[in-house]
Design a protein around this ligand. Sequence first.
Ligand SMILES: *[C@@H]1O[C@H](CO)[C@@H](O)[C@H](O)[C@H]1NC(C)=O
Ligand SMILES: *[C@@H]1O[C@H](CO)[C@@H](O)[C@H](O)[C@H]1NC(C)=O
Length: 511
Amino acid sequence: MSRQRGNFNNVGALVIKLVALGALAAAGPCDIYDSGGTPCVAAHSTTRALYGSYTGPLYQVKRGSDGATIDIAPLSAGGVANAASQDTFCAGTTCLISIIYDQSGRKNHLTQAPPGGFKGPEANGYDNLASAVGAPVTLNGKKAYGVFVSPGTGYRNNAPNGIATGDAAEGMYAVFDGTHFNSGCCFDYGNAETNNLDTGNGHMEALYFGTNSAWGSGAGSGPWIMADLENGLFSGANPKNNGGDPSITHRFLTSVLKGGPNKWAIRGGNAASGSLSTFYDGARPNASGYNPMKKEGAIILGIGGDNSVSAQGTFYEGVMTSGYPSDSTENAVQADIVAAGYATAPLTSGPTLSVGSSVSLRAITACCTARYLAHSGSTVNTQIVSGSSSSNLKRQATWTVRSGLGNSNCVSFESLDSPGSYIRHYDFVLQLNANDGSKAFAEDATFCPQTGLGQSSLGTTSSVRAWGYPTRFFRHYANVTYVASNGGVHEFDAASLFNDDASWVVGAGFA
Ligand SMILES: *[C@@H]1O[C@H](CO)[C@@H](O)[C@H](O)[C@H]1NC(C)=O
Ligand SMILES: *[C@@H]1O[C@H](CO)[C@@H](O)[C@H](O)[C@H]1NC(C)=O
């Protein structure tokens, strides 16, 4: 109790000092943890500096056109990321987030995760890197980008410096998108094995967010903030269900985990307003192998400790600390996160595809400018369509723009001649299927049009990004259509002609 009081006073003193300096906005989460005696030993964010004085790189992006990289830094000390420098660098091509830098000075950077117990989708078994444009936001009105993790995406650091090992105490928080999740294993951020393998119970201590209930679960149907302690997602003392851990879906979600010798806690709240609540605070789970812990101190993002890679989620910022942060320190961090002013930003750009309108999408690649996005049965392809085509073909090449089934800030394409059927990707191939009402269908049928990657004398172009896989775009390849990434592992991901094949002139529907 007295220790907590002491930490509170330290935090209060820091705030007062900063107010006196007229610099309250300059205090970052890691300044607050420092003041509480539990310093950050890793600090990751693509959206902002996490120390008031930090001016170094936040993340690195790599572009598809020539493989060049650029570091993205804050606009000012302690400030928001310079998203405009990314936009300029990535104009007319695709970009991936290749490094998420550690701001703590310990060089605990996160890079493309290697294969482990499970292989990633890259040819060498590594995980995919995240698109640099999948998770746009604003912080107090300034644009920034988060890390949109699709299944198959993951980051890791297996040679950490100063992260808790064994039963040592640590804390961590992360800001996630509470509306982006699935039941796959495991969208995690935190402490994991150094060899990418499941080395046994208690070898991890990471935040988990999602609806996986194969191990533990909380109240309702999720998603829940839980602790991935290896071979189990835990919501409290009971290894299975704990009603104290609520379903939580704030668009911007603060999730907090801390653990020390036979004690740990889960906390959470709305990252855009209000305070944290405590969902569990007590002894280690009542299952063998979790007391004492055997933490290894590697850092993961978006995956499980053994590189389980089937989960999805969005990460904006997060830190890991040395020592067990007090609730009051975490409460001050939450106030700092709220003050950062997270808000949503448009997911689309370029020509507007108005909901309810009837459109055609014309290919621009030199081979194929007579071709339009169409379907034959459930196959989505390109076909040669003109004013003299049959009315059947015209209807097959005409799409009604609908509000995105999986995200209303993007769109879905309903077939004119098959009402209730939508374009969706399945194994990255476009298909026309009846809406089955599932979350997976809705997400796989949701696309975010953006300024075209390629240009054409035929007119202004759009590229159509898969909402759930923002590295992937509508692309025609041998006249069949896919959601393709620029230079990925599939034949249809070929870098050659990518920009043209993935760009379309959107016009009026044929029928
Ligand atoms: C822990 O598990 C054991 C074995 O199942 C059980 O006997 C005991 O009551 C449990 N304790 C608590 C606090 O749940
Ligand atoms: C695709 O369409 C182009 C142009 O219409 C044609 O030349 C080509 O042979 C087609 N390719 C395949 C694989 O059908």
